[in-house]
Design a protein around this ligand. Sequence first.
Ligand code: URA
Length: 217
Amino acid sequence: MESTGFEQNGNIMILEHPLIQHKITRLRDKNTGTAEFRKLVNEIAMLMGYEALRDLELKNIEVETPIESCQSPVIAGRKQAVVPILRAGMGMTDGILQLLPTAKVGHIGMYRDEETHMPHAYYCKLPDPINERTIIVTDPMLATGGTAVDAINFIKENGGRKIKFMCIIAAPEGLKRLSETHPDVQIYAGHLDRELNENAYICPGLGDVGDRIFGTK
Ligand code: URA
């Protein structure tokens, strides 16, 4: 069967584009250095954004070509927001902003209380009016899904309605948890990996993505 370039199942879309796959292989390589890694993460985010923004609303405007005037579509309104989950999600922001330079950017940072296991947002700043925006939440690695679920809960509590989630690599466990908890959220992943290991790292994965983007250890 001819490849359609992606696999879709309910609210999950695994993008199987050759350019994305090639760049993910470069990300996996432990010898890929910080500068190249960071550039690849943004390039992949931009390629994924092309697909994730397929349903952007358009409106016709009148435009004068060298031949005649005609009605032609432009993106309607400027109501988009990119919301990276701190800190690794920030690595994907610029790639999406290349497609949508007028989008506003929010940030959300989550931690889990070690005693109560309750999620807390230690930082959350969302652009107004959040309820009117298409929100793209980014985190390169969807591992257990706990952080993504909590972050989206929090965004919904703050009024977010139309939410998409974008990750580069997903583990089956995280994908299941996120898609079942938030069936209204469209999830885009660059690749579905095999499993999580005992330390909740994705296998084969690409290691600690935050450390690799920011050059920390
Ligand atoms: N976060 C990472 O950075 N890497 C993983 O494999 C899982 C979560």
